[in-house]
Design a protein around this ligand. Structure first.
Ligand SMILES: Nc1nc2c(ncn2[C@@H]2O[C@H](COP(=O)(O)OP(=O)(O)OP(=O)(O)O)[C@@H](O)[C@H]2O)c(=O)[nH]1
Ligand SMILES: [Mg+2]
Length: 231
């Protein structure tokens, strides 16, 4: 769970995580606190976070997700699930979002808002999502519905191989990276409710100026799967 100044939201997200959804799985919550200046850490602890990694200074959402995936590998997790700490995504649907990975039908999943139900998303955000998702579909020659989802599942192998090439964000570059490496994507419909508390970090100009060059850079990189898991 990447978090930056989410004291008013993170407690609700953590307490909604279904811990006992499967008898053979242990569910643990890792929070990557990206230099929050409010009480995010205190609230996360009170709500039952198992691990909290705090960056001294704000590094960006890309850096936080990269660290979260690395922590999952260090803790020997079979499956990773990232979910925004802003209480917009439904923790109750974590089992559904990871079920294609549990069934070994996918390595990488999105909780897909555009296949499910969206409440409160402004028109300009909706258009921005369409544009960036369509761009990814073109680059990958593969139809994607929700390329900016803040709820994603990962197989262990996907987590070990995932490279996020900029600190500012992960959304597009991570998908381009994993799909070009041959990992199988599946999108699972979810419900989404725009935040009622706290602030969105997206500023249009800064977002476009950071994300477009990163997409270009990612597409020019040769991608190879690590052979760590190969026999
Ligand atoms: N690591 C990190 N996380 C951040 C930062 N800013 C926001 N976040 C977290 O990233 C998640 C998504 O942030 P939002 O601001 O809602 O951005 P978004 O969901 O992509 O965009 P919206 O459509 O506005 O909701 C939340 O869990 C935030 O706490 C940041 O600077 N660093
Ligand atoms: Mg959000």
């Amino acid at each position: 769970m990447p978090a930056h100044n989410e004291e008013s939201n993170i407690g609700a997200v953590i307490s909604r995580v279904p811990r006992l959804f499967h008898p053979e799985y242990t569910v643990e919550v890792i929070v990557i606190d990206d230099g929050s200046k409010d009480n995010t850490v205190v609230v996360a602890k009170q709500a039952g976070a198992d691990y909290i990694v705090s960056f001294e200074k704000n590094r960006g959402l890309g850096a936080a997700v990269r660290e979260g995936l690395a922590q999952c590998c260090r803790l020997n997790a079979d499956i990773g699930l990232m979910i925004d700490a802003d209480n917009e995504y439904p923790p109750e649907l974590i089992p559904e979002v990871i079920s294609p990975i549990m069934a070994n039908q996918a390595d990488y999943t999105f909780g897909s808002r555009f296949k499910g139900q969206i409440r409160g998303m402004k028109l300009h955000r909706r258009l921005g999502n369409y544009v960036f998702t369509f761009l990814q579909s073109l680059l990958l020659r593969k139809w994607i519905c929700d390329g900016q989802s803040g709820m994603r599942g990962f197989s262990r192998e996907a987590m070990e191989n995932a490279e996020i090439i900029h600190d500012y964000n992960y959304a597009q570059v991570l998908t381009l990276n994993l799909i070009r490496k041959g990992f199988r994507l599946e999108e699972v419909p979810i419900t989404y409710q725009v935040r009622t508390k706290g602030q969105s970090f997206i500023k249009f100009k800064e977002y476009v100026n950071s994300v477009i060059p990163a997409i270009y850079k990612e597409m020019r990189r040769p991608v190879t799967k690590s052979d760590r898991n190969d026999p």
